[in-house]
Design a protein around this ligand. Structure first.
Ligand SMILES: [Zn+2]
Length: 237
């Protein structure tokens, strides 16, 4: 049974312009400026705590773990001060500028964005992945989503099987036979997880070279805001 756990986000947050975000991710090699760990999902942290201030030097790339260490309210109990985070950022970006990919890993492809998926809709993120390469991703949604990783051909079949079968009976009561979703199962995938609000630090290693899709499905009637972070990394040696 789907329960609405959070209202749709109404934070006074100005979304970081896509180009700035892309540049920021590249400048940090999609890695946390504090712990420098590659192959971890990352987030943008507003150093001074103002989510509308998207000046370059106010944006640090941090992993979820380190993000927790810098965002305690009012900086009480935060392990790093604003000044320290800025220093981590500047030093890491400086290193990334000159280091070769042997010294500091770089993702082959990356994506980081916040979108709204309307009720009954889905979003597809395509990635060309060679055998052994690793897709690392994290999803954070305001309401439950189903996630699937499948090959492009599976998705085409799924879409052909019947798009736009939207039922929008405004029936918010608990209905006993809850598995309406079974009427249209998720596409056959290589990995799937249902009812996801937060899914962090997921790793998928491609069993063969192909075009893969990370599919996010919102079965609910209400829109859901979701933040997606994903990167494809070289096969581990
Ligand atoms: Zn970190």
């Amino acid at each position: 049974m789907v329960e609405r756990r959070y209202p749709l986000s109404l934070k006074p947050r100005r979304h970081i312009p896509v180009k700035v975000k892309d540049r920021l991710m590249v400048a940090n090699r999609h890695a946390c400026c504090i712990c420098n760990q590659p192959r971890q999902p990352v987030e943008k942290h507003h150093i001074n705590g103002d989510p509308a201030d998207n000046a370059w030097n106010n944006l640090a790339v941090v992993c979820r773990n380190c993000h927790g260490l810098v965002t305690q309210r009012g900086n009480l109990g935060a392990q790093y001060s604003e000044g320290e985070v800025l220093l981590f950022k500047l030093q890491w970006e400086e290193r990334c500028k000159t280091a070769s990919v042997d010294e500091i890993e770089s993702p082959l492809e990356e994506l980081s964005e916040t979108i709204v998926i309307r009720g009954g809709k889905h979003e597809e993120y395509p990635f060309d992945i060679k055998r052994g390469q690793e897709l690392v991703f994290a999803i954070e949604a305001n309401d439950e989503l189903d996630l699937v990783i499948c090959l492009e051909e599976d998705i085409e079949e799924w879409l052909d099987a019947g798009d736009d079968e939207e039922e929008s009976d405004e029936d918010d009561f608990e209905d006993e036979d809850d598995d309406e979703d079974d009427e249209r199962p998720l596409p056959e995938g290589l990995w799937q997880k249902t009812g996801v609000i937060e899914c962090s630090d997921r790793s998928f290693i491609a069993p063969k070279t192909g075009s893969y899709i990370l599919l996010l499905v919102n079965w609910d009637d209400d829109p859901t805001e979701v933040t997606v972070d994903a990167a494809v990394w070289r096969a581990r040696k």
